[in-house]
Design a binder for this molecule. Structure first.
Ligand code: AQP
Length: 326
């Protein structure tokens, strides 16, 4: 029996290379080892302002990008969160064993409430409770995430412990699998690369659009002129090289940067070539899937059907444990 693994991604905007390196590339590799459940978590995305009219296209686009990146519906269950309503039912149950104080400590809540001051709603506050339900409705033991989500996985363990202590052992204490690309910085070299900040390279951007963004990306801040030697250890562009470029080119860029043998533009051109080469087949598959939406609809319907079997079983056990069924 393979261990169960859950992870989700929000349809809050265009998926970018931070999502790809921090999550999706890992998800694809993990399909070989675990019983994987991957979700486009639409109910999480409504906790911030969004456009309901374009939301279906965003959700479909996120599904298409996951498939294009290599999520294989024969190996993993791929579905849209709201299509399996047991997630929100379990979240309600979990909200009565989750201390308010713990939720108030969550860094993401603090950051998002700063970012969306005009809309600090209860959903934003209880977001980690729904996330705990997403994971535990499948009794998943592994959760691949970027660094920003580790605190939420710790909370998920606390929720499982609190539920088990009150109602009897039912849920496992899951572990985060933190990717090597734990926090990819945006092209500003400061904040985390994010869909909602204009600091990202989108997975579907044309080579020309990508170059326009990469050309002005922040590098080693101390390197002011082409003739100054640079320090790849503090350069965000070099960090991206470590994920996209072959070892020989990484070595070349690091060595030539340190002695000002090449300038930042030369270094970025090499990175640009390698990013484009990795993304070209993904973009090609995405275009094919965009033209065949019926197949994509079938994949998520089948994913939801297979997820519902597990989720309904869990909720049946939960309702009995709570004493609302007998
Ligand atoms: N910059 C990043 N570096 C490493 N990992 C990242 N992830 C996101 N950005 C980076 C990881 O991608 C997964 C899915 O993220 P999400 O869509 O659920 O939400 P997020 O982390 O809030 O992503 P964004 O792009 O920052 O979205 P917005 O702007 O809408 O908040 C997670 O595993 C995450 O760690």
């Amino acid at each position: 029996m393979k261990e169960t693994l859950f992870s989700g991604i929000q349809p809050t905007g265009e998926l970018h290379i931070g999502n790809y390196l921090g999550a999706i590339r890992n998800w694809v590799a993990l399909q070989e080892t675990y019983d994987c459940v991957y979700s486009v978590v639409d109910y999480h995305a409504i906790t911030i302002e969004y456009d309901a009219a374009t939301f279906p296209a965003r959700i479909m686009n996120a599904v298409i990008m996951l498939l294009a990146c290599g999520i294989d519906p024969r190996k993993a269950r791929l579905f849209v969160q709201s299509h399996v309503p047991e997630h929100t039912e379990l979240a309600w149950v979990f909200s009565s064993v989750t201390p308010m104080g713990e939720l108030g400590r969550m860094t993401q809540f603090k950051e998002k409430s700063e970012q969306h001051r005009q809309n600090v709603n209860a959903g934003l506050f209880t977001y980690p409770v729904l996330q705990a339900a997403d994971i535990l409705v499948y009794k998943a033991t592994r959760v691949p995430v970027g660094e920003d989500q580790v605190q939420h996985i710790e909370l998920t363990r606390e929720v499982a412990r609190a539920f088990n202590a009150r109602y009897g052992a039912m849920f496992p204490e899951c572990q985060a699998i933190v990717s090597k690309a734990r926090r990819i910085l945006g092209l500003d070299g400061k904040a985390k690369m994010s869909k909602s900040l204009n600091n990202y390279l989108g997975l579907m951007e044309s080579p020309e659009a990508m170059w326009e963004k990469l050309r002005v990306a922040v590098t080693d801040p101390a390197r002011k002129r082409r003739s100054d030697p640079g320090n790849p250890d503090v350069c965000n562009v070099f960090t991206l090289h470590t994920f996209f470029s072959p070892p020989g080119e990484q070595e070349y860029c690091a060595k030539e940067c340190r002695c000002a043998g090449i300038g930042c533009i030369d270094c970025k051109k090499i990175l640009w070539k390698n990013i484009c080469a990795e993304l070209a087949p993904i973009q090609e598959r995405a275009r094919t899937l965009q033209a065949d939406r019926k197949s994509v609809e079938d994949i998520i319907a089948d994913g939801a059907r297979r997820c519902a079997i597990t989720a309904q079983q869990t909720m049946c056990e939960v309702r009995h444990a709570l004493g609302v069924r007998w």
